[in-house]
Design a protein around this ligand. Sequence first.
Ligand code: DAK
Length: 291
Amino acid sequence: MIPLRLLSRPVTAVSAAPRSLPRLVRFQSTSSSYDNIIVSSPRPGVGLITLNRPRALNALSSALFVELNDALKKYEEDNDIGAIVLTGNDKAFAAGADIKEMAPLTFSEAYVNNFIAPWSYLTSLRKPIISAVSGHALGGGCELAMMCDILYCTKTANFGQPEIKLGTIPGAGGSQRLTAAFGKSKAMEIILTGNNFSGEDAEKYGLAAKAFDGGHKEVLEGALDTAEKIASYSRVAVIAGKEVVNKSQDLGIREGVEYERRIFHSLFGSQDQKIGMKAFADKKKPEWTNS
Ligand code: DAK
């Protein structure tokens, strides 16, 4: 396995590349020890994971998940990485769990081998992760995009939970996360009809933070810009910010506000709070220590 830090080295042509070229093209590493994903670090502090089963529209197989979780774990442990972007290609973010892998499974095989248990690893990350969605994000693909902390998409992205058409229902949080964003009536309609919805609607209903004009290149650039910005801040504050926002999903408003205040108080114990506030007073750029 090639350490991610090695993959993050820019190619030699970087400084010579004209400013107008997308940064992705200039920095992206081509080497990878994975079969189903590509990892690279196209911007300072940013880890990029590209789902890479284009012939199967990035259907989420067990093998893909083993690799995805391995890459996520490495980025989570890499001190040089402050934010992660997860993407697919122009045609598909992911068209769902791999139906061909699932179809022949028996109950005992699924149960004994704990089939698709690794799906929830992503939600245990402490570093922020942004999904950049273009093309299809269906079933498990829609659920994977929604598990990320920030969802960006193209206006024409094709979201949906078509499991009802396969004689089943969403199994990786789709019914819960869609309902939280869309409200009960709209989520019920989507899940019980299997009707798809656009990236434009995802933004309108608050599922996506932003829907971009254009295609994969545009949404990915937008996600990388945001990830780079987040990675430029104190890791301590970023992790704390993610933690308190996520708590709002579990706690009532009063407990949530109290929880936020405790975490806010605790940040006075960090060096970066001192550095950030002193830099403001001195009119300087803070040099974060991430401690
Ligand atoms: N699985 C496997 N292969 C897939 C696939 C999928 N989900 N989606 C597409 N492919 C494959 C196609 O079979 C085809 O392969 P070949 O025939 O060329 O070998 C290739 O990708 C290109 O697809 P199409 O020829 O169909 O392309 P089109 O442009 O005509 O159509 C489409 C695109 C996205 C409309 C269509 O491919 C489609 O309807 N795909 C299936 C979408 C779907 O139903 N997704 C939901 C799957 S169920 C859980 C966690 C997660 C889940 C459950 C539990 N737990 C943690 C408990 C998730 C379940 C699901 O996601």
